[in-house]
Design a protein around this ligand. Structure first.
Ligand code: AMP
Ligand code: ZN
Length: 477
């Protein structure tokens, strides 16, 4: 097996990836908080995790991936204050919490399917919900309490971060700075500004939609505890990889480490990997902001979900990207050109894989997932070998990129008879040198989403439907 090198946020350097067991690599991906649609920034985190998974699988290892569904306890502020996001949305719409969470879980699943993210096929076992693990979270907190890592305040049970040596080791968090920042915050019954809630009490004047009995009184779990609990329940005390966006490093992931390692005395995660942001002109894309773009919005603007995936892969996952429709449309054109090439030369299925291309691709992928290099490489290599070999090889490379090329090209040649008949009619005009009539048909077909590629006169034109014609947006309402 070739070595894979990955940038580990823990230690902040590229390291060779050595899983605990080659045959079953364990990976946990912090999943969505299901109170709203995922925006295309959130989706980058899952596309990245998918490419990582595919890269590891390309060595022959199996990967078990868990993506949690946060359906309770994620407050609007990271400092354990503010409203529960799910409660807030449910109340504002006069709905139950489960109406909200099941609707947005469904929307999330549809998004990741459209983005050809492998784990989508593993629904629901690989998508544990926080509310299905309440007892396990209570038991976890009880054990931390027995080991004296916790204390009680008027609003909940907190983890005492001063008792965990090395708190903040992920991303080298500057604790002193955090403390300074906290001085201006009032509230605090917290012993240390970095302490965080494990269990929050329902307040007497509060009518919560989701709450549970616990040894400490009625309430609900804090946000961080679910990830430690579900990771250990599903994958074991120590896992190989944990992924998320960079905004999770400072607080969420350091808290996961503190509570997990305090409980087990073992490493919680061997390799921490984080994706950078998708930004828009006004800054970071955020669910609470008005710069919120969903996959559905992209489709309404003529962008295929897989063209969005392609665009993201033209940047390294550790670089921020600036979203604009022009940029993604440009990427869609380039992707379409690649698809046409593969589609055109895959018809006979006679090609053989060009080993050199596969070797080179793996070299890039195994160097911390250098997808921009892979994409540039493919384009630079086109028309250097037999086109049917190239087509076959690109399909093989796509096992890592996950652009769904095989499926897409099936659609490319899926042309109704009525359209073929009109193309034949045009061919007849061409042979009769009736150019105006022939052009008129070609232009009409183009408007309807069919492109004619003229071959030798008399052989007829190849007809395909370009990427933009495959976007299906269900009617609203
Ligand atoms: P959430 O549903 O808010 O819990 O976030 C889901 C995932 O999206 C997390 O891994 C976040 O770190 C990530 N994320 C949030 N905002 C962005 C953004 N603008 N760009 C990229 N990833 C993001
Ligand atoms: Zn998490």
């Amino acid at each position: 097996m070739k070595d894979i090198y990955l940038h580990n946020t823990l230690g902040n350097k590229k390291e060779v990836f050595i899983p605990q067991r080659n045959e079953d690599v364990t990976m946990y991906t912090c999943g969505p908080t299901v109170y709203n649609f995922a925006h295309i920034g959130n989706l980058r985190a899952y596309i990245f995790a998918d490419v990582l998974r595919r890269t590891i699988e390309s060595t022959g290892s199996r990967v078990t991936q868990i993506v949690n569904i946060t359906d309770v306890g994620h407050l609007t502020s990271d400092s354990d204050t503010g409203d529960d996001k799910v409660e807030k949305m449910a109340k504002s719409q006069g709905k139950s919490a489960s109406d909200i969470t099941s609707f947005y879980t469904g929307a999330f699943l549809k998004d990741i399917q459209e983005l050809n993210i492998e784990v989508a096929a593993e629904y629901p076992e690989h998508f544990p919900k926080a509310t299905d693990y309440i007892q396990e979270q209570i038991d976890f907190i009880k054990e931390l309490e027995e080991k004296e890592f916790t204390y009680k305040t008027s609003d909940g049970i907190y983890f005492d971060t001063s008792k965990f040596r090395g708190y903040g080791k992920l991303g080298n968090i500057d604790i002193e700075k955090l403390k300074e920042g906290a001085r201006v915050e009032k509230n605090d019954e917290k012993k240390n500004p970095t302490d965080f809630a494990l269990w929050k009490f329902s307040q007497p004047d509060e009518q919560r939609l989701q709450e549970w009995d616990s040894p400490w009184g009625t309430g609900f779990p804090g946000w961080h505890i679910e990830c430690s609990v579900m990771s250990m329940e599903k994958l074991g005390n120590t896992i190989d990889i944990h992924t998320g966006g960079i905004d999770h490093i400072a607080i969420h992931h350091n808290n996961e480490i503190a509570q997990s390692e305090s409980l087990t005395g073992k490493d919680f995660v061997k390799y921490w990997l984080h994706t950078d942001f998708v930004n828009v002109e006004s800054g970071k894309m955020a669910k609470s902001g008005n710069n919120f773009i969903t996959l559905e919005t992209l489709k309404e603007n003529g962008i295929h979900p897989l063209a969005y995936r392609y665009w993201l892969l033209t940047a390294h996952y550790r670089s921020p990207v600036s979203f604009s429709y022009e940029a993604v449309k440009g990427a869609q054109e380039a992707f379409n050109a690649l698809l046409v090439h593969v589609w055109q030369h895959c018809v006979k299925e006679t090609g053989t894989v060009i080993e050199e291309w596969i070797e080179d691709t793996k070299k890039f992928a195994y160097n911390d997932l250098d997808t921009p290099k892979i994409i540039a490489y493919i384009h630079s290599k086109l028309n250097t070998d037999k086109p049917e070999n190239e087509a076959r090889t690109i399909l093989e490379i796509d096992n890592i990129l996950g652009l769904g090329i095989k499926q897409l090209i099936k659609e490319y040649g899926n042309i109704p008879d009525t359209i073929r008949e009109r193309a034949q009619k045009r061919e007849q005009f061409r042979q009769e040198k009736k150019w105006a009539e022939s052009d008129a048909i070609r232009d009409e077909l183009k408007k309807e989403g069919y492109i004619l590629m003229d071959g030798e006169p008399g052989t007829g034109a190849l007809i395909y439907r370009p990427l933009s014609a495959h976007i299906f947006t269900p009617p609203k309402g």
